[in-house]
Ligand binder design. Structure first.
Ligand SMILES: Cc1cc2nc3c(=O)[nH]c(=O)nc-3n(C[C@H](O)[C@H](O)[C@H](O)COP(=O)(O)O)c2cc1C
Length: 222
């Protein structure tokens, strides 16, 4: 007698493979959400599969991180800050994602989604999302090596990372929408970033889509 081995999907953790082609096909920006509690496991999977540190490896003789997102020169100038709402077991607040430790570090307690809606020129859908992922750039991490060109690379890195977040969110049955329109200074101040060295350059909201069709992959995780 032998039991059937259930091979879990490595990204979502569900007991069946989530087809990549279908994820790509379903990817879209979602702007209508239902606010309900979200499992911390899904938050962890989203961050790890998008921008986690999987290990180290050598590229062209240099040691660098092994991460899911490409980065010019393996310099990884981007950081993730996450504003949370209704995540089970996690007080609402702003967290820094410490990718090396795969941990969320509390930076400030309290819900900031309403402030973020104001700071994005009234993008009201934010209020119903569980997560607002703020992608920040530490420009010097790229520019010490590449000079002015490093500035360009930072934005290219951000596009790759944002797409990862979109695709992993879809695979997890969640709905993503990126936001480029916001008041930089206000958001940097809210998060507590020293804008000269590091600033928020892109937001990705992630919530639970109102359209149940979008949540189909996720049955079984929780
Ligand atoms: C750089 C960038 C900035 C964006 N800013 C916003 C935004 O501020 N608000 C919003 O609702 N969508 C924003 N979007 C999402 C686009 O509107 C969306 O990707 C586009 O309409 C195509 O739709 P799709 O993502 O569903 O395919 C942004 C997308 C990109 C790439």
């Amino acid at each position: 007698m032998c039991g059937r081995v259930v091979k879990k999907d490595p990204v979502t953790g569900v007991g069946y493979p989530v087809p990549f082609a279908t994820v790509l096909q379903r990817r879209r920006s979602v702007r209508e959400f239902i606010l309900r509690p979200l499992e911390t496991e899904r938050v962890g999977r989203l961050l790890y599969a998008s921008y986690g540190v999987r290990g180290h490896r050598q590229v062209e003789g240099q040691w660098t991180y092994d991460r899911p997102s490409p980065s010019a020169g393996g310099l990884y100038p981007l950081e993730l800050y996450v504003a949370t709402q209704a995540v089970k077991g996690l007080p609402d607040g702003v967290y820094h994602y410490d990718a090396r430790a795969h941990q969320l570090e509390l930076m400030g307690a309290g819900l900031i989604h309403p402030h973020l809606a104001d700071m994005t020129i009234g993008q009201e859908m934010i209020r119903d999302t569980n997560l607002v992922i703020m992608i920040s750039a530490v420009f010097q991490r790229s520019m010490w090596k590449y000079g002015q060109r490093g500035y360009r690379y930072v934005w290219l890195d951000a596009g790759h990372l944002c797409q990862n977040i979109y695709l992993v969110a879809v695979a997890l049955g969640l709905g993503p929408v990126s936001i480029g329109g916001f008041f930089d200074d206000e958001i940097n101040h809210l998060v507590g970033l020293p804008a000269r060295e590091e600033g928020v350059i892109y937001l990705v909201c992630v919530g639970q889509p109102k359209d149940a069709h979008d949540g189909r992959f996720h049955e079984g995780v929780g």
